[in-house]
Ligand binder design. Structure first.
Ligand SMILES: *[C@@H]1O[C@H](CO)[C@@H](O)[C@H](O)[C@H]1NC(C)=O
Ligand SMILES: *[C@@H]1O[C@H](CO)[C@@H](O)[C@H](O)[C@H]1NC(C)=O
Length: 459
């Protein structure tokens, strides 16, 4: 009897031993994958595709998943898919974006874009490659019985660059059963190989606008016979600079940028109308809604002074609203601790928020999440140019660290948030996991970020 008990205990210990795939071991295995991951990244780099049309990209991912015998479901959001590793609870998701940008890539690298006019200039090629590496590592570990109980979902989402592909993925059920999610974005302003994140808001909410100023065109030599929309638009553009500088707290963060302007086509003709557009950004929904309201109030009022009228259009079909990305407190802290264990305490830092938008924000409204930044700034690798620049260069030497970070987040999540054996305490701990953190950030502000609030009617 006691011999049997001993045998069982020993077997259990062996199982637990086998299950404890350590961060050090994950780091070693990720390093061994480095050249394979670089190769994947370069292949993705060759075929950047517009949002919701990432077909070649998806085929490459499917071929990879099939070669690894990883189950997946598709389509989600037209060109997205979700892959499945492990089984049961808890369920943690790792997410990558798939789309490229409408940027002409200059000559330079042998794996240059073969899709003229499109470029992976936001690192999504690297995000995909790192997640493929993590999926490979995790699947092999799963087959060896080295993973703790639970499931890992790899979420491949299209159309991050303005199409709100993440929102559509969720509407189509991609987050079903998922209890927490992590995503990583490469950042050329942060030193190579460092991980940065923060509890709470990490990226801004964003809205795009287009203003049409109407007057009455005519001969440029007889301005008194016309109503000039050019001067009115110029007055309005200047006046709009006061929304952030004069009407919001200097301690708050807001941006109102005008980026497009179109008037007439001839030197001697005053046009009938002027159209200009741009973006507003805010770290809270309220801040953004305030700027939105002031733009709507100012536009007709200011141009009325010049005898013109103006309409504001929020381009929602083309550029859907992106809410602020709000990291769950508990998940962000967990990610920082994981990064410190894996890469060293000096490589795990509290991030400053950025005014860029990110549609991982939609995931963070649904489940406790953390968006992480992976530094790629490296002078000797030429990795110093901004995201969305045609000169953008990704320091490939960090890719294995991203692989290790993804895989460690997944494994440590399954260990840390394991379902308790007793059903009632399991239920309690599960609800603690979703409410204490931010469940916290997302849950408490549910009204604020409610879908109705961001519907077309509201905006
Ligand atoms: C806007 O102004 C133009 C020029 O004065 C006028 O023709 C047009 O009817 C106005 N539109 C509205 C909606 O007031
Ligand atoms: C920077 O890039 C060089 C050349 O690619 C590489 O050898 C080095 O390890 C990188 N530095 C860091 C900190 O990643």
């Amino acid at each position: 009897m006691s011999a049997l008990l001993l045998a069982v205990t020993a077997a259990l210990a062996a199982v637990l031993q086998a299950q404890s795939l350590s961060p050090e071991e994950i780091f070693k295995r990720s390093e061994a994958l480095q050249s394979w991951v670089i190769e994947q990244r370069r292949e993705f780099h060759k075929t950047p595709e517009p949002g919701f049309t990432e077909y070649k990209t998806r085929s490459r991912i499917m071929r990879f998943l099939e070669s690894q015998h990883i189950m997946y479901r598709y389509p989600f959001a037209k060109t997205g898919l979700v892959a499945y590793i492990g089984s049961g609870k808890p369920v943690v998701a790792l997410r990558t974006d798939l789309d490229g940008l409408p940027i002409l890539e200059p000559d330079g690298v042998p794996y240059k874009s073969q899709n003229d006019g499109w470029m992976h200039a936001c690192g999504h090629d690297g995000h995909m490659a790192m997640l493929l590496g993590a999926a490979k590592l995790l699947k092999e570990a799963s087959d060896q019985g080295e993973l703790p109980p639970g499931s890992i979902r790899i979420v491949f989402q299209p159309a991050e660059e303005g199409g709100a592909g993440g929102d559509l993925m969720i509407r189509e059920g991609a987050l079903e059963d998922i209890e927490a999610a992590f995503a990583m974005h490469v950042m050329p302003h942060l030193s190579s190989g460092s991980i940065h994140t923060r509890p709470g808001t990490i990226m801004a909410g964003a809205l795009s606008f287009r203003v049409t100023v109407r007057g009455r065109g005519g001969h440029a030599a007889m301005p008194h016979l016309n109503i000039d929309p050019v001067v009115a638009a110029a007055g309005l553009i200047s006046a709009l600079q006061t929304v952030v500088s004069r009407e919001t707290s200097p301690l708050g963060s807001g941006v109102l940028s005008i980026t497009m302007l179109r008037a007439g086509d001839a030197y001697n003709v005053i046009p009938d109308e002027v159209v200009f557009g741009g973006t507003i950004r805010g770290l809270t929904h309220e801040h953004l809604m305030f700027m939105k309201r002031r733009l709507e109030e100012m536009a007709p009022a200011v141009v009325a002074g010049y005898g013109c009228n103006a309409t504001v259009d929020w381009r929602l079909e083309e550029q859907p609203y992106y809410p602020p990305t709000v990291n769950d407190e508990r998940m962000a802290t967990f990610a920082l601790q994981t990064a410190a264990t894996l890469l060293g305490t000096d490589q795990s830092q509290i991030a400053e928020p950025l005014m860029t938008g990110e549609d991982f924000a939609f995931f963070c409204r649904q489940v406790p999440c953390a968006l992480l930044f992976l530094g790629i700034r490296n002078e000797s690798a030429g990795s110093v140019h901004a995201l969305h620049s045609p000169k953008f260069t990704l320091d490939e030497s960090v890719l294995h660290k991203g692989v290790a970070m993804h895989a460690t987040l997944a494994v440590e999540y399954l260990k840390t948030f394991a379902v308790a054996p007793d059903a009632s305490s399991a239920k309690a701990s599960a609800s603690a996991a979703t409410t204490t953190g931010g469940g916290g950030a997302a849950g408490d502000d549910e009204d604020e970020y409610d879908d109705d609030r961001v519907s077309k009617d509201e905006l």
